[in-house]
Design a protein around this ligand. Structure first.
Ligand code: NAP
Length: 248
């Protein structure tokens, strides 16, 4: 079996990295969780579905001649990153984390940082907001289910499968989003607060600028703490690391 680099994906950066390594003729297999019905696929070999926990992932790494792992999963995908850290150590395979920088507030922003989605739900009430653009994704929506005061525009890629707040509309959509589109959405629904995770990156950042232009507060969920793993911020740095490992 050809030795390969495993990219744990589900992000735009993971897809860009697969392309970068394919162009550099580094053999790669990308892994997706299989959560999204119609995922955007990276170039090259792809496997889909959970591994079955860290021990199973460690066995998978050995069985598939993986020479290096790049964890390019989303900043809020905590379990797979923890699993990758344990599995890579157990299988003695080098691991790198590729994580895009978080967003930074600038002048005119009215951001309220919270620890998690339940705290975001509390923050909405504290702000007295009535019409919420909720962009935190399908997971964790249950945190808002008991709010029967506000109206929610829930934007996500696939239909939610948990209890939702009494007053809501679901908008199935997927980025990238434009400033023009975000302003139109905010205006059409008379939105008075935006809720987001600190996902970072340019593809979904337009809502932040739109909120600033409309003077709206944004409730931003902080990233969860991470394992102590070597981390780079850009695709090019991750590709350079992989090429070095493969050249050894
Ligand atoms: P998670 O909570 O960290 O992972 C849950 C389980 O899903 C993991 O334990 C693992 O199963 C499996 N899994 C996750 N990512 C995988 C991957 N790339 N390849 C194979 N198995 C994977 O992750 P999540 O928050 O549900 O996110 C799932 C995927 O969606 C991630 O790949 C992430 O990059 C992407 N994503 C997440 C978000 C977000 O807000 N969380 C946003 C955009 C994209 P086993 O334990 O069985 O191995």
């Amino acid at each position: 079996m050809t030795p390969r680099v495993l990219i744990l994906g589900g992000t735009a950066e993971a897809r860009a990295l697969a392309q970068e390594l394919q162009d550099a003729r580094v053999p790669v297999v990308s892994s997706l969780a299989g959560r999204v019905a119609r995922p955007r696929l990276p170039v090259g070999e792809v496997r889909i579905g959970g591994f079955g926990g860290p021990e199973a992932l460690a066995r998978w790494l050995r069985r598939h001649a993986i020479t290096a792992v790049i964890d390019a999963t989303h900043p809020f995908a905590e379990r797979i990153s923890a699993s990758a850290a344990r599995a890579a150590a157990a299988a003695a395979v080098p691991l790198l984390r590729l994580e895009r920088p978080g967003w930074k507030a600038s002048g005119g922003d009215r951001w309220h940082w919270v620890e998690d989605l339940p705290h975001a739900a509390t923050a909405i009430r504290a702000l007295g907001s009535a019409r919420v653009l909720l962009t935190s994704g399908r997971q964790g929506l249950a945190a808002f289910a008991h709010d029967d005061v506000s109206w929610f525009l829930i934007r996500c890629v696939d239909p939610p499968d948990v209890a939702l707040p009494a007053r809501h509309e679901v908008l199935l959509d997927r980025g990238p989003y434009t400033l023009h589109g975000e302003l139109a959405l905010i205006d059409a629904h008379a939105i008075d607060v935006v809720v987001t995770k600190d996902s970072g990156g340019p593809l979904t950042a337009a809502k932040l600028e739109a909120a600033r232009l409309r003077g709206l507060p944004v409730v931003v969920v902080r990233r969860p703490p991470r394992q102590d793993v070597a981390t780079v911020r850009t695709v090019l740095e991750a590709a350079a690391w992989a090429r070095t490992i493969v050249a050894r």
